[in-house]
Design a protein around this ligand. Structure first.
Ligand SMILES: NC(=O)c1ccc[n+]([C@@H]2O[C@H](COP(=O)([O-])OP(=O)(O)OC[C@H]3O[C@@H](n4cnc5c(N)ncnc54)[C@H](O)[C@@H]3O)[C@@H](O)[C@H]2O)c1
Length: 331
């Protein structure tokens, strides 16, 4: 239930000016990239993950003060223990992803994504942690027809996954109203990059395309492929997380878009990956999926203003880095 593993290089002397960061979901795609960045910068990292979707190989080779707790955010006691021993800031990434899976198993999204979120914020404020950064999602824009998407104008959720993320933001506002803790929700727009899992029934579109195009197997596109997304390379997301953790003088609760501010269709994406890999192939077009939004483009001025976010890697460069990683890892 509650197991602690400390890496060989773990030191107990927490250095001055360096943070001790708790990353929930730290064995997953975004969490493990964030852990690597923080460790390389000399910070101390504790991960809480139940390894339901996180992978041990994501943590292999990480160097520095790293502690891993294997446990679930569904358990309030585990959350409390994870927030103890001088954690300075929480980065809450643990959640179930995938819109289609949430339509199939809605109850899991209230148990893990909502109840688990409340457990974590509650544990953080009981441990006197004053900054809580968490993963929200562009799915909170739901049926809104606005483009680009501005933070103040969310829509009605189109899936249980989206409902869980909107509920997180509501609880964040409530916690910040009654306790001395500041919460920053990062509304990620289709993040991609190294360590994103290409396997499993609910894999994200970019690793799936890379895998199928590289292997010469058939890739599927739901709908006509003209649906568009503001694809965001992982390094930009790590920058946003770090700035949200460390920007001084932010009080209360905020939710900000983390994206690039450019939108590409799924067909554009398929062709770009095909060109990078130098392969000739065509996708198979299937029926559109329930719960998918048609277009998604972010206005990122609020993130620039609040935390100084400035995305530095655009789609093409990010795709090249992702393909390089995939080929190196899976060849
Ligand atoms: N990747 C994206 O494009 C994207 C977009 C919007 C929002 N998000 C959000 O960002 C966060 C991270 O996403 P990701 O792409 O890295 O996903 P991921 O699945 O790779 O990482 C999530 C991690 O949470 C862990 N986890 C799941 N349930 C848990 C539980 N009950 N207790 C402890 N750990 C648990 C998983 O094992 C996994 O390691 C999630 O909250 C996700 O909803 C991601």
């Amino acid at each position: 239930m509650y197991k602690v593993v400390i890496s060989d290089s773990a030191l107990n002397n927490h250095k001055e000016n360096n943070m001790k960061v708790l990353i929930t979901g730290g064995a997953g795609f975004i969490g493990s990239n964030l852990a690597e960045y923080l460790l390389n910068e000399g910070h101390s990292v504790r991960i809480l993950d139940d390894f339901s979707n996180g992978r041990r190989e994501n943590l292999e080779g990480l160097q520095g003060e790293l502690e891993v707790i294997e446990g679930s955010i569904e358990d309030a006691e585990t959350c409390k223990k994870a927030c103890g021993d001088g954690v300075d800031v929480v980065s809450h990434q643990a959640a179930l992803g995938s819109v289609p899976r949430s339509i199939k198993f809605p109850e899991l999204y209230s148990q893990i994504n909502l109840h688990g979120f409340v457990n974590m914020v509650n544990a953080a404020r009981q441990a006197d942690i004053s900054r809580f950064v968490y993963a929200s999602s562009s799915s909170v824009y739901g049926d809104s027809q606005e483009s680009p998407k501005f933070e103040a104008k969310t829509g009605r959720p189109l899936s249980p996954y989206a409902a869980s993320k909107i509920s997180n933001e509501m609880f964040a506002h409530a916690f910040a109203s009654v306790y001395p803790i500041s919460l920053i929700g990062l509304r990620y727009f289709n993040v991609f990059g190294p360590r994103q899992n290409p396997e499993g029934a609910y894999a994200a579109v970019i690793p799936l395309f890379v895998k199928h195009i590289y292997n010469g197997t058939s890739a599927s596109i739901f709908g006509d492929g003209e649906q568009s997304r503001d694809f965001t390379f992982i390094n930009n997301v790590i920058q946003a997380n770090f700035k949200a953790m460390t920007s001084p003088d932010i009080k209360g609760s905020h939710a900000i878009n983390i994206a690039c501010g450019h939108s590409y269709s799924v067909n554009d994406l398929f062709n770009a990956i095909k060109d990078i890999l130098g392969k000739e192939c065509s996708p198979e077009y299937l029926e559109p999926r329930l719960g998918d939004v048609r277009s998604s483009l972010a206005d990122i001025s609020a993130a620039k203003e609040l935390i100084g976010y400035n995305p530095t890697i655009q789609l093409q460069e990010g795709l090249k880095k992702t393909v390089e990683w995939f080929v190196k890892t899976y060849q």
